[in-house]
Design a protein around this ligand. Structure first.
Ligand code: MF3
Ligand code: CO
Ligand code: CO
Length: 288
């Protein structure tokens, strides 16, 4: 229902807050307007890494469950209900629920929405693309990933954008190695995206993740050298989550203060994994 006459999205009706059983521990920020400033580490040992992997696996399986329900006619609120149910059934808290006031357990970003789309009564249509972004919090740590799905029959341009955005993320992951600056990641992503003349979103980035949802470590997806020169170390945990567009990287924020859309209304896709830096490269912590 909520689309304008040219088919562009607009805000719909958001359902009431979903409950989380009181036995599931919450992140500290849930009862506060914003997270406490994080002064902890981005470097983790083997035990903590396995806990992040457990959160990451639950989030990945929640996305698989949501993916099975994606079809024309389903609402993004129904997809949120599925992701929410999967997380709480596996004793995980949906990290986005109550994060800086975000009202839902899943981010659902359709077509020209770059990220942070809020699930509502928007009905998926044949030919849409939709990013599902889920973060699970369990054992005191977060695992964060997202994938973009096509709905019914997508155009070749949309299908290519989705496949190449996944490939861009994979190239970013392959650039990870101890001793390198984090800006090599965005260099790999942007040089691949440029082949297709895609826009590479700059103002939303990868991030350190683990004990904090967003630790303060920033991972750009464009070639930001000589800035963002943090050196990768074995045990460092962060996300890589490129957003590519069929137009420019400019964006605009909706009145809800969450939904980020391309300014030119061009189609945009995103993929995300959480990973740990190893001696040999990267180990993905958000696999099902
Ligand atoms: N999961 C998103 C990320 O990749 C963050 C969502 S925050 C929210 O960083 F509040 F919008 F849900
Ligand atoms: Co993230
Ligand atoms: Co995410």
């Amino acid at each position: 229902m909520p689309r304008d006459s040219s088919g562009h999205l607009r805000a719909g009706r958001v359902s009431p807050v979903r409950a989380v059983p009181s036995g599931i521990p919450r992140p500290e920020y849930v009862v506060r307007p914003r997270p406490r400033e994080y002064d902890g580490t981005n470097i983790y040992g083997a035990v903590e890494i396995e806990l992040i992997r457990e959160s990451g696996r639950i989030a990945a399986r929640a996305i698989e469950a949501v993916g099975l329900a994606i079809r024309p006619g389903v609402t993004t609120d129904e997809l949120d209900a599925i992701g929410h149910a999967y997380l709480i059934e596996h004793d995980a808290y949906p990290s986005t629920l109550g994060y800086r006031g975000y009202p839902k357990s899943v981010c659902t970003s359709i077509n020209e929405i770059i990220c942070h789309g809020i699930p509502d009564d928007t009905v998926l249509e044949d030919g849409d693309i939709i990013n599902i972004d889920i973060t699970a919090f369990k054992n005191g740590v977060h695992g964060d990933l997202s994938k973009t799905f096509t709905v019914g029959t997508a155009t070749p341009a949309a299908t290519h954008l989705v496949e190449r955005t996944r490939e861009a993320m994979e190239r970013g992951i392959k650039a990870v190695a101890p001793g390198r600056e984090v800006n090599v990641i965005g260099r790999a992503i942007e040089s691949y995206a440029k082949r297709f003349n895609y826009g590479v979103v700059r103002d939303f980035t990868g991030h350190g993740v683990g004990e904090a949802f967003h630790s303060g470590l920033i991972i750009p997806h464009y070639d930001a050298a000589p800035n963002f020169s943090d050196v990768m170390e074995v045990g460092m945990v962060f996300t890589i989550e490129p957003m590519l567009t069929l137009g420019t990287y400019q964006w605009e924020m909706w009145a809800d203060d969450w939904t980020v859309a391309t300014r030119d209304k061009s189609l945009t896709a995103q993929f995300e994994h959480t990973l740990v830096v190893t001696e040999r490269g990267a180990d993905i912590l958000t696999l099902p």
